[in-house]
Write a protein that binds this ligand. Sequence first.
Ligand code: NAI
Length: 377
Amino acid sequence: MNQSTIIGIIGAGAMGSGIAQVAAQCGHQVIISDARQEALDQSKSALQTTMVKLVEKGKVTLEEATAIRSRITYNTSLAAFKPCGLVIEAIVENLEVKKKVIAEVESIVSDACVIASNTSSLSITAIAAACKKAERVIGIHFFNPAPLMPLVEIIPALQSDMGLMDDAKQLITSWKKTTVIAKDTPGFIVNRVARPFYGEALRIYEEGLADFATIDAAMRDLGFKMGPFELMDLIGNDVNYAVTESVFAAFYFDPRYKPSITQKRNVEAGWFGKKTERGFYNYTEGAAMPTPSNDAQLRSDIGKRILAMLINEAYEALHLNIASAEDLDIAMTKGVNYPKGLIAWGEEIGLANCADRMGSLYLTYQEDRYRCSLGLR
Ligand code: NAI
């Protein structure tokens, strides 16, 4: 795969449109297909708006913007994918629908065409099983918004031709993205390792140890750009809760990934966060943001507890060969802007220290949720 490879994108939603823009900006001819003409029209006009903004900001010239737009064609029929060398699927997060569409794509494209899924929570192996040549299927997982987020997780299915990993890495790197390789397990790297950032913060709140503002401040004290509650409100509690639920179920209900009733209630109330002007915080005009506690000891204890859970999760992922230490750290710093990689952070604090923190949490709560990873011991 190289710059002359024609890229097919299935699904003209948020992700498909973003990935199409990235590929077109890097010189590829792109064909987007969506079952709904309105989605294609919307995608086309959103790209036009983005290009106008980029020209205004001096990021691209008018000629470049025109060229980028002319490289993307829109089509309701999958038959348009015939000349593609890579097709990336970014349709609705439903295994049966994805399998059906991917099998149809395979019947159209050449034998050499690579088929990828942008799924955030489904098994790449299960998706690949829909194809006759399952070895051509891989996961290429972008983050939202794709044109701005630097990280891309590349995931081999059990059946994948491993030679494709290098090809995909090379291509996506040429799209000015940073790639990491992740094992085909729930949440891949970022959506797995980041779970305690939200889950432990919610647990601390539920125990009445501190309010949202204080927990957020405790994590900012550690160098995180945003605290967990601000971030959940930004991502959307509906989206964040759905990811937690799906990771929890996919791990056979491991208590470490248990969703929170507090967040569920927000979802039920329609308090999704910033987009609905109400989440953990109130964003309506004139509403005051709560002030965090100045209790330095409390803030330090909260920060240490959430960080211990995060480092434990990262070392567990390393222990289970989900990704290399280097890729785990790249994923968390580039994918979710953590101030340091968690593997490096663990080394800095000392693995024995981290294990002690987990040990004392386990001693206090006597819950499997706080078990120390063998990777730390
Ligand atoms: P979206 O809902 O914005 O767009 C999905 C598009 O797929 C819609 O335009 C819909 O008309 C189209 N579609 C649905 N079924 C189709 C079919 N059978 N044939 C052709 N087109 C069909 O969804 P979004 O957010 O872009 O997500 C797409 C995929 O990317 C999902 O698998 C999601 O898990 C994944 N993803 C989403 C992220 C996010 O933050 N939104 C981040 C990373 C991955």
